[in-house]
Ligand binder design. Structure first.
Ligand SMILES: C[S@@+](CC[C@H](N)C(=O)[O-])C[C@H]1O[C@@H](n2cnc3c(N)ncnc32)[C@H](O)[C@@H]1O
Length: 431
């Protein structure tokens, strides 16, 4: 691999040819089980496998503090490597747990049949979920809604049956929840627009009947979930990572994990003001994780400081030249920022990452390595070298910076107001 440049004795190595397709979720889209939920913010299983493959010895135990939908934990499990993972979002956590679990295909097949026959009988008006946010379901008092009445009925029918299956103690309820989750955005009047949801131009013309919605649901169960469960039934694993995946805030939880690790492979939220609680709002509210604004705010507040959807208190931050000069730049914009919380978000982000990287040092075995996939960000037409700053935070916490691998250049969001692409990279730290 070619050396591109060296800054403060930190080498930037060109990995674009190897990594540009691996640091996105695309490669997972056709992979058994990994494909159970599309997650733009995730990386590929192949990325994790390549990192494991380049180690001098087979790692015993891996840590993933920003688990997402379980790519690291599942890729490790497939290689019989233990992985402890933490994820704050309860929907992502449930998807992860399911992907790491064993299901009986015969039982699931029978349950799909019963579900289908239940849905065939759904003709009357169902019980629609009562949510504090009134933006979801078609309603006479509103001019815009996310789900038309026919889809609302389809969703409500399925939710009612999932509730019953769960009450019966049948663990397949989570599989049905994942199938429903997959239909939500495609059957709605909105689309994910980077940082939030926006209405489709032709949303009034989207007509999906209640019966079509039911059919799409059953098809997903049969053609994706059941097929993948069958394909794994004869796999022999010595390691299962479902009991070591945790739902919570990694800034607090990682320190409580009573283990040492050979490897850390992770991708924290980028410093790009994307609020996952907002982007995955449909899944969180419709699938029953949130039904009140107060719970939504609570979840937002417990995510890493990387967005400005909640007021951010001023915090201390590591004394690093690049942070100070970027804060000065933000200050000089003098009101030219699209949100006044941005400077505090910067401070909070590097403070949070400092807390975590300190823990990485505590949790790594000597010789163990951390691979952090992150992107730079830009505000006020200037790029903040997040990768270089995180590498320096590593150094401040006694970790050696092996290198920064440049993975690809990605387009910057219009909100960040920059016309040039930003670097996405992988920081390699070693204890
Ligand atoms: C870039 S994604 C990780 C994607 C993951 N590598 C994958 O491929 O599925 C970052 C994740 O961090 C989670 N997250 C944000 N704040 C967190 C926190 N305080 N503790 C744990 N997870 C958090 C987000 O919900 C999101 O799923």
């Amino acid at each position: 691999m070619n050396l591109i440049e060296s800054k403060n004795k930190i080498n930037f190595i060109d990995y674009r040819e190897e990594y540009s397709n691996l640091v996105s979720f695309n490669n997972n889209k056709n992979l058994s089980v990994h494909r159970w939920y599309p997650f733009v913010e995730g990386y590929s299983a192949e990325f994790v496998k390549r990192i494991i493959g380049e180690q001098k010895y087979i790692p015993d135990n891996c840590l993933e503090p920003f688990g997402g939908i379980g790519t690291t934990a599942l890729a490790c499990q497939d290689l019989n490597i233990k992985c402890h993972s933490v994820e704050i979002n309860p929907f992502f956590y449930d998807v992860t747990k399911a992907k790491l679990s064993n299901f009986d295909s015969k039982k699931f097949e029978d349950d799909i049949l019963s579900f289908a026959s239940f849905l065939k009988k759904c003709k009357s008006i169902p019980k629609i979920p009562i949510l504090e946010s009134k933006t979801f379901f078609e309603n006479d008092n509103r001019s815009k809604w996310i789900f038309d009445l026919s889809v609302t009925y389809g969703i409500s029918d399925i939710l009612e049956q999932i509730k019953k299956i769960k009450l019966d103690g049948n663990e397949n309820h989570i599989l049905f929840k994942i199938a429903l989750a997959n239909l939500l955005v495609p059957s709605s009047n909105v689309f994910r627009n980077g940082k939030c949801m926006s209405f489709r131009k032709d949303w009034k013309n989207k007509n999906i009947t209640r019966e079509e919605f039911h059919e799409n649901f059953i098809n997903f169960c049969r053609n994706v979930l059941l097929v993948d469960i069958r394909s794994r039934e004869n796999m022999i694993n010595t390691v299962y990572n479902s009991s070591t995946c945790y739902n919570g805030d990694s800034r607090k939880l990682v320190s409580n994990i009573n283990e040492k690790f050979d490897l850390i492979i992770t991708s924290p939220p980028y410093l790009n003001s994307r609020d996952y609680t907002d982007v995955y709002r449909l899944e969180l509210w419709i699938l029953g994780y949130i039904d009140k604004f107060v719970d939504e705010r609570k979840l937002r507040k417990s995510t890493l400081t990387s967005h400005v959807q909640v007021p951010i208190p001023e915090t201390d931050y590591p004394d690093i030249e690049e942070i100070n000069s970027f804060l000065l730049h933000l200050n000089n914009l003098d009101g030219g920022l699209w949100n006044k919380n941005i400077p505090n978000m910067f401070k909070g982000y590097f403070n949070d990452m400092d807390i975590l990287i300190k823990e990485f040092y505590n949790k790594l075995n000597v010789g163990g390595k951390a691979y952090i996939n992150v992107s730079n960000s830009s505000y006020g037409n200037k790029i903040c070298e997040v990768d270089l700053i995180l590498a320096k935070i590593g150094e401040m916490n006694n970790l050696e910076v092996e290198e920064i691998r440049i993975a690809r250049n990605i387009g910057s969001s219009s909100q960040q107001n920059v016309k040039f692409p930003v670097r996405e990279s992988v920081i390699v730290l070693r204890k």
